[in-house]
Design a protein around this ligand. Sequence first.
Ligand code: HEM
Length: 178
Amino acid sequence: MLAIEQVGIIKKYGFKINEAQLDDMIYLDASLKESIRLTQRTVCERKVENDYVFSNGSVIKKGSIVKFDLFSHSRDKRIHGIDPHSFVPERNLLNKTKLSDVSLSSFTWSVGEHKCPAIGYSITQLKIVAAIFIRYFQIGQASNLNAEHKGYKMLNTIRHVNAELYLKPHNILEYNLT
Ligand code: HEM
């Protein structure tokens, strides 16, 4: 799908990528959003300035460090729909959510006054670099490009179990898209 989308964009605008084409990279947008959803671990590490009392009486003491558990939030079926552990870019197309969205259900950039200030810049860079890789290489996690994904391991960050990446140069316009 990513290759098909790029071929369509090359046919429409020519091979040179510019910022104006990035809005047409809809499946790439959905794929990047899904990829970040599955690999972000925690955000919003904060120090509590005053005792904070919840409605049920629980207290977070002044000076405590709290973090938002984005791992669980990003895998919540109620927000992301069925099979939340799997990489399914189509969920973003169905939900009509974009990588640039900032909301409780689209937490890529956090929310509120300390959300990432570099959203537009980051999306531009991510899309341009990803589009270049898709145009110039077939990408896989093993020398057999059809090998299955081996899943993730959870450390302080989330890593691929198989950290290898295989890039096979290709001419995307001659690539068999069927
Ligand atoms: C894929 C790329 C990126 C992602 C997913 C991302 C995500 C985030 C998130 C989730 C936060 C909030 C963290 C928190 O509240 O604990 C944040 C904050 C921040 N980001 Fe990014 N970011 C990205 C790229 C960048 C880049 C390229 C820059 C700078 C050029 C940048 C600068 C910042 C800064 C300065 C903050 C702190 C904002 C504040 O505390 O008010 N980010 N980012």
